[in-house]
Design a protein around this ligand. Sequence first.
Ligand code: PEP
Ligand code: MN
Length: 345
Amino acid sequence: MLVRIASHAADSSTEIVLANAIALGLDARALSDGHGGVTVAIDGDMHDGALDIAGVVSIQRKHKPYMLATRENRSTSTVVMVGDVPIGTGEPVVMAGPCVIENERDTVEIARMVKDAGATILRGGAFKPRSSPYSFQGLGEEGLQHLARARDLTGLPVVSEVMEPDQVGLVAHYSDMLQVGARNMHNTPLLKAVGRSGKPVLLKRGFSATVEEWLMSAEYILASGNPDVVLCERGIRSFDTATRFTLDLNAVPLAKELTHLPVIVDPSHGTGKRSLVERMSLAGLAAGADGLIIEVHPNPDSAACDASQTITPDTLARIIRKGRALTELLAEDFDPIALTVLSAD
Ligand code: PEP
Ligand code: MN
């Protein structure tokens, strides 16, 4: 059940709803809507009498299984703050940087270059989920230290991947946002751990995951007490091997219809091919994405990881310039975060 509590209600309204549900042996979680109101998601049924509480404005019994992530019965979209950068305001945010952090000097240089190009968040992997055990696995904590140094020198907040629950404290210590990679989207202990971390989470879609599975993974994070989740479409596996993955841009406006969470696009992994990144970045923004995450290196061919999909800072600057013009054009008669009222089915 979804129980909505008004923004003007006393805090005790939420506490009473939760207590009544828990007294009936039901799992119940509360999530702020970011505008003073609260949604209480209750796994099970309660009769109206138990919910006749001041401040309760609506009760919905039929809804999506991702009770906290759903946009149903909610009039606002979530804005996630990464450091001082808001994601989900209608103005796209670009995260850029190398696939893997290689050393401090290059990391600082790349941070300055992506900042000059217009990016506002620095990306870089320190723990890498490589396909081969013989490939460079990342610098670990040392890589996170280089990333943090680049943040200190440029002011850009940083996002980095975490692969295991035991690493969450370490990565959260150095990063402003935790990335859960495509290969770990189904890792429920990790989802719960990042849900308790107090840091915003970038949740990549698994390359064989349905949209519903992706949103259920977001639900794990929300249900663990973390409201700050950004979804990332990064390409799925299809029958066609002409590109590394197939960027599923249907999923972008669909996820925005189904949830209140911001959605960004990763055209680097989604294509695997440098020459396609600019077009697919713009296509992602045209599809309504709240931002992009792009792999950038001053000498892409020499990047230690994912060189073939890595672009130069100049190309990034062009993408951001064109992206701004495109967003302005689309905003003229189309609100990308316009609400779609969904009926539960
Ligand atoms: C990455 O961002 O470098 C990465 C490994 O992404 P994904 O999990 O989408 O493959
Ligand atoms: Mn990569």
